[in-house]
Design a protein around this ligand. Structure first.
Ligand SMILES: *[C@@H]1O[C@H](CO)[C@@H](O)[C@H](O)[C@H]1NC(C)=O
Ligand SMILES: *[C@@H]1O[C@H](CO)[C@@H](O)[C@H](O)[C@H]1NC(C)=O
Ligand SMILES: *[C@@H]1O[C@H](CO)[C@@H](O)[C@H](O)[C@H]1NC(C)=O
Ligand SMILES: *[C@@H]1O[C@H](CO)[C@@H](O)[C@H](O)[C@H]1NC(C)=O
Ligand SMILES: *[C@@H]1O[C@H](CO)[C@@H](O)[C@H](O)[C@H]1NC(C)=O
Ligand SMILES: *[C@@H]1O[C@H](CO)[C@@H](O)[C@H](O)[C@H]1NC(C)=O
Length: 665
């Protein structure tokens, strides 16, 4: 016992006053920090309980130590002699490196003595019930670099001294507390917090103007000021933070235009949502618009084409038609026709008309009545009835989702020229002065392949191998055409069963091709994340910019597996949606390959090998090869599917037999 004097004297204030200056972190921890974190009236905390002299120091929960002799190296607690050394706690040269007690039911407050721990680098006390103020002494800490106090009930102001940590600070997370008041400026006016990567002040009650000085923290990668009550403009200088990857300014009261440089950046509208209506910019509302839509303009348009409506409504129809006739007279074989309309709103629209739609005028589109068919993150698809009885599909791209007109036009022209029996043709394109874009397609009353494969509605046609093969081959041909049929190949970019329409003769047609090229990177990359969660994303595809024929082939491989297995693809993380290639690999290893196939496909089949089914499975797996260079190209895929046809093709024949025998209850 004689070797543990602290055990006996630790409770004595006299003892403390002697040793506190001697950097005894152990004493500070036991005398000040433990009681403070514990809280006055809380039951004994299980983690803090272990901080006592009858437990070897290495087993004190949530702590990492160094010794002043060890030059910052952590105490080697993995060594048996050290982990069991009961006298270590009495060694005054021991210093705390980190305190990590997240979600530990701490119910007290942050002790000011934290600032006296000379070697403390990390303080992680997130998701507890700590309350009270953030002590200004925290800023005295000479070594603190990572602070996470998120998910507590800390209140009061952020002390100015927090920025004294700037020299070493790497991350400061205070998310979801009850901190209030303005965020104080650092005492040193142009401090840049060079190492600070993460600043998260979100979900508090901070107020006042945007803390301008943050724009000088040029190392920032993540900034969250969301869910506070900040107001006023977002400073232009914020766009100068070149390393910023994640930004959240949502749910505040910011106003005014977004910094222009944000336009091409990666922050979607979600980063700015929930601010005052006065916050505007490329991904949000338009700035300085005169007034809302007149109710008359809206009433005239059953399709709520909002901004497009305003511009279109003001087009002089007579003028448009005159212009159109002139165009047609001048050159009969002109492939595309441009109709321009003058808006009295300062808006000026442009309609490009492509082959097969030469008759279409702006007022046709304008007077169409429609209903929403589908909404995606970047736009809405309407089924619209023309006055002459025809039906078209209109895809309105969300404002701010598109690149500027100049970079869009060549892509649109190329898409407008693409004609193949397995593609839904783009018939016309409207570009408004304000950047709104409307793509006009043939309307096909067909089901998507997704519905066909996964919906168990009555009347669903039976999908035998002959029919599935026809669908797969058609999709492959459409893709091969996109990849090879032009001076510059078009990557589809969004292959999935929802983007394949299948008619009653099982003829598939691809939609949505090439749209990624029209989108600003932030929106295009949302397509990539959607493809990721739905399992169609090639492993090497991180940004839409990188989308190519090869990433299309991967997605086609997944689609082919989906067709063969009748299962929804996914990334394997959530229940129900499975990582199809992995399922096949496992099945092959376990020699249960036939069992991964959809039961329906095997109906009436004598030999899956002779019918090309096994070859199709192999082909799909080849397309899903993780290494892009070993994937076949679409021409090769088409060739293999043509060579390995199902023998019994009679099942394809008439639409009359389309309803499955199991489909009618
Ligand atoms: C010290 O902590 C251990 C758990 O690590 C516990 O079993 C023991 O009862 C504690 N002793 C005191 C005196 O608190
Ligand atoms: C235990 O730690 C003390 C203080 O650091 C040290 O003096 C002693 O040699 C150690 N004992 C063993 C067995 O390692
Ligand atoms: C937040 O702090 C204020 C005082 O600043 C207090 O009145 C309020 O109850 C606190 N809210 C929560 C949820 O702790
Ligand atoms: C702050 O800026 C001034 C000039 O604007 C400069 O002289 C000074 O060195 C800067 N200080 C720091 C800490 O960067
Ligand atoms: C921003 O923060 C809010 C709440 O503070 C959250 O709901 C939202 O998901 C976040 N958005 C992004 C883009 O991180
Ligand atoms: C948001 O800003 C507007 C205009 O500046 C102001 O009228 C309103 O009270 C503010 N709302 C909050 C919650 O601060």
């Amino acid at each position: 016992m004689a070797s543990f004097p602290l055990l006996f004297f630790a409770q004595s204030l006299f003892f403390l006053s002697v040793f506190a200056s001697d950097s005894s972190d152990v004493l500070l921890l036991l005398e000040k920090i433990k009681p403070s974190l514990q809280g006055p009236s809380s039951p004994e905390n299980l983690q803090l309980f272990s901080w006592n002299f009858s437990t070897p120091l290495c087993l004190w929960r949530g702590l990492q130590w160094t010794s002043s002799a060890a030059a910052g190296a952590p105490l080697p607690c993995h060594e048996a002699a050290v982990v069991s050394n009961l006298s270590l706690a009495a060694d005054p040269s021991l210093q705390l490196l980190s305190i990590r007690l997240p979600a530990s039911s701490l119910a007290g407050s942050i002790p000011p003595e934290i600032g006296d721990l000379s070697s403390l680098q990390s303080l992680y006390l997130g998701v507890n019930s700590l309350s009270g103020a953030l002590p200004l002494e925290l800023g005295n800490s000479p070594s603190l670099s990572d602070v996470d106090l998120s998910g507590n009930s800390l209140s009061g102001a952020l002390p100015t001294s927090i920025w004294n940590l700037c020299d070493r600070l790497v991350s400061l997370r205070l998310h979801d507390n009850n901190l209030s008041g303005p965020v104080p400026d650092p005492a040193v006016s142009n401090s840049s917090c060079d190492h600070l990567h993460v600043l998260d002040l979100g979900a508090n009650r901070f107020e006042g103007e945007f803390p301008q000085f943050i724009a000088g923290f040029h190392g920032l990668e993540e900034l969250d000021l969301g869910s506070n009550t900040f107001s006023g403009p977002i400073p232009e200088s914020l766009a100068g933070l070149g390393n910023l990857e994640r930004l959240n300014l949502s749910y505040n009261n910011f106003t005014g235009p977004l910094p222009e440089a944000f336009e091409q950046s990666n922050f979607g509208a979600a980063a700015f949502r929930g601010n005052s209506p006065g916050l505007c910019g490329p991904t949000l509302g338009k700035c300085g618009s005169r007034s809302g839509l007149s109710s008359g303009a809206i009433a005239g348009l059953v399709i709520g084409l909002t901004t497009v409506a305003v511009v279109l409504a003001s087009v002089s129809i007579g003028w448009v038609q005159g212009r159109k006739r002139r165009n047609r007279g001048r050159s009969g074989e002109e492939e595309e026709l441009e109709i321009e309309g003058d808006g009295n709103n300062g808006g000026e629209g442009k309609l490009m008309v492509f082959q097969g739609s030469e008759h279409l005028t702006l007022d046709d589109v304008l007077n169409a009545t429609g209903q929403v068919m589908e909404k995606t993150s970047y736009g809405t698809v309407y089924k619209a009835k023309l006055a002459d009885g025809g039906t078209i599909a209109l895809r309105l791209l969300r404002e701010g989702s598109c690149k500027d007109a100049a970079s869009c036009s060549p892509v649109i022209r190329q898409l407008g020229r693409a004609r193949h029996e397995n593609l839904v043709p783009l018939r016309a394109f409207y570009q408004g002065k304000r950047g709104e874009k409307l793509l006009i397609y043939d309307y096909l009353p067909d089901r998507t392949l997704h519905d066909l494969l996964h919906e168990t509605r009555a009347g669903r046609p039976m999908l035998n191998w002959a029919r599935r093969h026809k669908i797969a081959l058609g999709v492959a041909r459409g893709l091969a055409y996109l990849h090879a049929g032009h001076q510059t190949p078009i990557a589809h970019g969004n292959i999935r069963s929802k983007n394949v329409l299948v008619d009653e003769l099982f003829m598939p047609r691809l939609t949505e091709y090439g749209l990624g090229k029209l989108m600003v990177p932030a929106v295009a990359d949302e397509m990539v994340s959607a493809a990721k969660s739905d399992g169609y994303k090639a492993p090497e595809l991180q940004k839409m910019k990188k989308c190519s024929s090869r990433t299309d082939v991967y997605a086609f491989g997944i689609l082919l597996l989906e067709i063969l297995m009748g299962k929804k693809p996914g990334n394997g993380s959530s229940g129900g949606d499975e990582d199809l290639p992995s399922l096949v690999k496992v099945a092959v290893l376990e020699e249960t390959t036939m069992e991964v196939l959809d039961m329906e496909i095997l109906k009436g089949m004598s030999s899956p090998t002779e019918d090309g089914l096994v070859q199709a499975l192999k082909l799909a797996m080849g397309c899903c090869a993780p290494v892009s260079s070993v994937r076949p190209d679409m021409d090769e895929v088409v060739k293999q599917l043509e060579e390995n046809r199902p023998r019994n093709r009679s099942a394809l024949c008439s639409p009359a037999d389309a309803a499955s025998e199991t489909g009618t209850p």
